[in-house]
Design a protein around this ligand. Sequence first.
Ligand SMILES: C[S@@+](CC[C@H](N)C(=O)[O-])C[C@H]1O[C@@H](n2cnc3c(N)ncnc32)[C@H](O)[C@@H]1O
Length: 386
Amino acid sequence: MPAQTDALTPLPPERSPWSLKRWWLRFRNGRLMDPGFQAWAASFPLTRGIAKARARQLFDIAVGFSYARILSACVELNVFEQLRDGPLTTTAMAGRLGLSPERARTLLKAAASLQLLEAVEADSFALGELGAALLGNPGLPEMIRHHSLLYQDLMDPVALLRDTAGPTAVGGYWPYAEGRPPGPDTAPEIAAYSSLMGKTQAMIAGHVIAAYDFSRHRALMDVGGGEGVFLSEVAKMVPNLNLTLFDLPGVADRARTRFAEQGLADRAQTIAGSFKEQPLPLGADAISFVRVLHDHDDAPVAHLLRAAHAALPPGGTLVIAEPLAQTPGAEPMGHGYFGMYLLAMGSGRPRTADELIAMTRDAGFRSARLVPGRAPLLVQLIVAVA
Ligand SMILES: C[S@@+](CC[C@H](N)C(=O)[O-])C[C@H]1O[C@@H](n2cnc3c(N)ncnc32)[C@H](O)[C@@H]1O
């Protein structure tokens, strides 16, 4: 097994371009794993602060599952909504949450320790900074509820990694990830995921529109456009843009109904189909993929990028909008969150900006660049020109 031998046998330092880095890692990690050094660093005035911060970081990672479940209980019990209009006493909250006062106090204090709530005078609680911010993002509680599925799948992370866990809850939620065709059997799942995407798209669309000016185009086709929330938001900002939504049959039907309800039927057409099985329709001078590519493995993404290139005229633009791996300041979102989510889903992977740019070039696009969004934790753009 040569690959294994390579992995286990370090390169001789003089032949490795990483020799200095390796030396530093060996030195640093040797100190950090030494209990004597740890005790010294925790007491020495110049390192005390760093040691405390690192201990807190490690603690947060170790018990993060507990934080996530406190948040889940708050969302499930509508804690934040109850406090929207101002502080309430624990007794008043207990009645509203259907908990005993002691249990309500346990939850409220736990949430306050995470800044979701804030303790105020006389056994009362108000929204904390994070709880108030959460109320400003109606899609977030939906996503937090949805995460109960991922939580189930991560109960035995090693089984998930070894592929011995059997069918996953997240995989069952997304029929296209399991290759189940749209039809009567998958209609409930299609309705559920399309509704979730529609509700959470509201957090995304504004950032995409702020980062890229669609008014320079004549016609935009949003591929994998879901219920059409993104196109509706673009329609508000760019009145003369011709709009097309392409998605799987059950989803495109939902978008058509929604466009009709919003008075957009004459501007926005919907086309039902699968980008895995048919070419993309011609006619748009801009194509967008919003939160689409990371759901798919490399071969279908390469195919889809070639299909977008073939559907665009020379000079036409492809806008890829999704959260990117290794985004500075948002590193855990990429491989830490999406890496595990997509593993549970059974399809796709988080990609870096460089990886996506290279893939667009391989698909024939002549230039591609990263357009950093104002909320990089949620979405960034790769803009490529055909
Ligand atoms: C994660 S959702 C994103 C939806 C929307 N763009 C958004 O950001 O809210 C991915 C979308 O891709 C669509 N999709 C998946 N496989 C597809 C295929 N083979 N052909 C067309 N659409 C597909 C799904 O139906 C779904 O609407």
